[in-house]
Design a protein around this ligand. Sequence first.
Ligand code: NAD
Length: 486
Amino acid sequence: MQTQLFIGGEFVDGADGAGIEVHDPHDGSLLTEVAEARAVDVDRAVEAAGKAFASWRHWPADQRGRLLLKLADAIEQHAEELALLETRDTGHPIRDTQGLDVPRTAATFRYFGGMADKLQGSVIPVERGFLDYVVREPIGVVGQIVPWNFPLMFTSWKMGPALAAGNTVVLKPSELTPLSTLRVAELMAEVGFPPGVVNIVPGYGATAGARIVEHPGIGKISFTGSTSVGRGVARDAADTVKRVHLELGGKGANIVFDDADLNAAVQGSAFAIFHNQGQACIAGSRLILHERIAEEFLDRFVTLARSIRLGDPKQAETQMGPLTSVGHRDRVLSYLAAAREEGSEVLTGGGRPQEAELAAGCYLEPTVIAAEPSHRVAREEVFGPVVTVHRFRTDAEALSLANAVEYGLGGGLWTRDLSRAHRTARELRAGMVWVNSYKRVNPGSPFGGVGRSGYGREMGFEAMREYTEAKAVWVNVDADLPRLYG
Ligand code: NAD
């Protein structure tokens, strides 16, 4: 298991020799200790990335792409190992890390490997006598800061487009879950990424993270995390006029109309909230049900929630693992306590499971709560296996409930009526809408939010724009310039 910082193509200790303990959320045991990056280590990483940029930016685009394609292959070759590492570090059930996280990571690196040499410029029709062409150039050293909920996948979402476009990277994984990112860095070195093109600095937000945000050698910050930290990142990045891309929190609305296929809606809505223990920015954490089908839907949904198999995430039959840290589990529990105080009704779950074998872990029961839209649990991001239920009569009421929160990341709707589907998709305030499904992601489809969920987009061609600057070049081919002086 790789546990050192990755700077300039080498695994090294932090200058201060400090370490961060990494725990297994299944039983609280110590997995390992990784080197902690402090500000001085970030400085070293930025210097290495700056040096590497001078040549990496001039690499033929297809050669950069080729390395990303090789990396995708290497990830597939090490799929089992990476899935287990991610499961132990995060608590994601192994069936998800094997079936979703690892394949999606490989697919995203492969997508951007193929994209590297498709980034074309354009020619602008300007006045006669001039050729005006636009090229897209890499920004330089980019700083990437990611959270703990999908650490492996985020290596590809962040590094794939940045590297394909010719940037070099300093990436800080969450202090809670650095292990799969360090392993990916090792694979990158093995497939031939030159030293300094990618640098990984596990560390705390207030030290390593803050230094990345303020460092004058970094041209852009891509931040995924909470809205409160993201706000500060944008403020601090302004001092050096960095470009900022923010992927922040969410409070996804999931509307079930009375003409929906209820079987599909119940299954899809359970995946929307309970996958990864609800620790997803796009989680469908507010169920908005037409009153005519609400009782029947809830009967089936609550029965399903009670049947979800909690347990050791390393076991193939486990459907729901522990939350990723004790601190986060306690934060979710505090939302449940607040919900009770505010008069919400817990329909199922609502606390820690009783089974003795789960007592030492960060487990929580799948929880369904009938709440008022004004309750904190229905307004704020809980980031756990907790869904609130609301009822509506008209389509307008459904939309007004859905759009009543500050966030605008993902949202879903279930209906057999085509016009209603498109109309509702148009009116939902969100960066992504799923019709008769939920939480679909694909490397080609832009991912990001509006409102307090942030701005900018991961994935697809949009991501290549995020990591490039447009440069317009004017060439006087045969224009007569006016004589303005003398
Ligand atoms: P967080 O904001 O606490 O931390 C995110 C990252 O920022 C971590 O690496 C952390 O160390 C770092 N950080 C903390 N303080 C910092 C500072 N002052 N300067 C620079 N970096 C700092 O979030 P979290 O608890 O790790 O993750 C959960 C949050 O992430 C949720 O709100 C979730 O919605 C959000 N998220 C958003 C998306 C998206 O694409 N929109 C995806 C996943 C998670």
